[in-house]
Design a protein around this ligand. Structure first.
Ligand code: ASP
Length: 417
């Protein structure tokens, strides 16, 4: 069986198993979860995160060094940021409009005692911008801060260029580490069907069905918005003559892991692998665009923030003015860039958006109970959007290469007959 099929089977069996436990054998859930499902899931998550830092750092150093000139790095970054902002705005609008049409805040069961989770404070935007520059590169590696690792890799590549032949042994060492970590990634991926089975069955088995019933329209509305954004991506890919089928098939293992783990970071090593081997993306683009997107690009978080803010406004009968809507959209865009690629990160960032839009923070506590249930779907879209943007960049760069080759083969002048 192919890896993608095995991951899908793991997910489906995990959902069925978790559901059976939740409904028919709730008394066995705490023990089974504590001693089997949760430990197995955590070991898999740890193993996959084990390769994230080395794979990102070595991919970036090898990729940047092979790009050869800093002008190209600047061009690729500029194009990616343009793509990120435009597609994120689309996601923000889809989240807002879906909540506006479906009115989830008006269709909530009596929440009473379930609304007890504490709202946590998110990181401020200025603090986040400052934190991109690490004071200690080893701390960046140790804490797995992707943006700091990208920053460090860029500085090191600049240093490598300046050091010339002195840097050759270091570069060969990094290339060698890269090949080793790629092999370890393949090994870890073999365990992914069991890992996603344990993680997803644990989520479903321990999910309180009571809160799901009460927030049913909220959950379905959010899923509809996420699905609409995926459809939008499929349309964009088709318009750019990129086969959506080839895209989906190539990245299927990545999407399965994103959904099962609810962590974009965990899906990163397999995303790079799928991009290079299955999709046949240019190596330098895969090694650069996918880590950058994992650090920054979160369509699922964009949708969560606007959808949730409107939900809270409806719930508390707050009429949003034009200025509040603009504040909401801008803060949600910035917040989506600073949402970490780990489970539950989106909900922590809600406080920033709700405060910017002048909405009550109590809204966070209400939806926290179903967060893990929707997180897998959000993460799936986060990773889907990231890889789709990388694929679009790859297409543009391929076209540029062909255009340059064609113009080089054209004669400089033609003789008059
Ligand atoms: N879990 C998501 C991710 O890893 C972030 C979120 O909570 O929205 O991409």
């Amino acid at each position: 069986m192919k890896l993608s099929t095995r991951i899908t089977v793991g997910l489906i069996l995990g959902i069925i198993f978790g559901f059976i436990l939740n409904v028919f054998s709730p008394q066995t859930v705490p023990q089974l979860n504590e001693y089997v499902l949760s430990p197995v899931g955590k070991v898999f998550l740890n193993l996959i995160q084990f390769v994230v830092v080395p794979i990102v750092f070595t991919s970036l150093v090898v990729g940047f060094s092979s790009i050869g000139n800093s002008e190209k790095v600047g061009r690729l970054t500029g194009k990616l940021l343009f793509l990120y902002v435009t597609t994120s705005i689309l996601a923000l609008v889809i989240g807002y409009v879906t909540a506006y049409v479906l009115k989830p805040g008006k269709m909530v069961g009596n929440l009473g005692d379930v609304a007890s989770t504490e709202a946590k404070e998110g990181q401020g935007i200025i603090d986040w911008l400052i934190s991109i520059v690490p004071t200690n590169p080893f701390e960046a590696f140790a804490t797995g801060n992707l943006l700091q690792i990208i920053f460090t890799a860029v500085l090191i590549v600049i240093g490598i260029r300046m050091a010339g032949s002195h840097a050759k042994p270091f570069l060969s060492f990094i290339e060698s580490v890269h090949s080793i970590v790629e092999k370890i990634t393949l090994l870890v991926l073999k365990l992914s069907p069991i890992g996603v089975f344990a993680l997803i069955s644990s989520v479903i088995a321990t999910q309180g069905l009571d809160i799901v019933q009460k927030l049913f329209v909220y959950i379905i509305g959010l899923l509809v918005a996420l699905a609409l954004m995926m459809i939008a991506y499929f349309i964009i890919l088709s318009l750019l003559h990129i086969s959506p089928k080839h895209f989906w098939k190539s990245f299927q293992p990545t999407f399965g892991i994103a959904f099962g783990t609810a962590s974009s970071n965990a899906a990163l090593p397999v995303a790079i692998e799928n991009a290079k081997k299955a999709f046949k993306m240019q190596e330098d683009i895969a090694g650069f665009a996918i880590p950058l997107g994992t650090a920054l690009k979160r369509d699922g978080a964009c949708i969560l923030q606007t959808f949730n803010a409107l939900f809270v406004a409806q719930l508390f009968d707050v009429h949003l003015s034009g200025t509040q809507i603009v504040a909401l959209i801008i803060s949600a865009l910035v917040v989506s860039f600073s949402t970490a690629g780990v489970p539950g990160a989106g909900i922590i960032m809600m406080s920033t958006v709700l405060t910017a839009a002048g909405l009550p923070l109590a809204g966070i506590a209400l939806v926290a109970g179903v967060d893990r249930l929707t997180d897998g779907f959000r993460t799936l879209l986060n990773v889907f959007g990231n890889t789709a943007n990388a694929v679009i960049l790859n297409k543009w760069e391929e076209k540029k290469k062909v255009d340059i080759e064609v113009s080089n083969t054209k004669p400089a002048y033609t003789l008059n007959k």
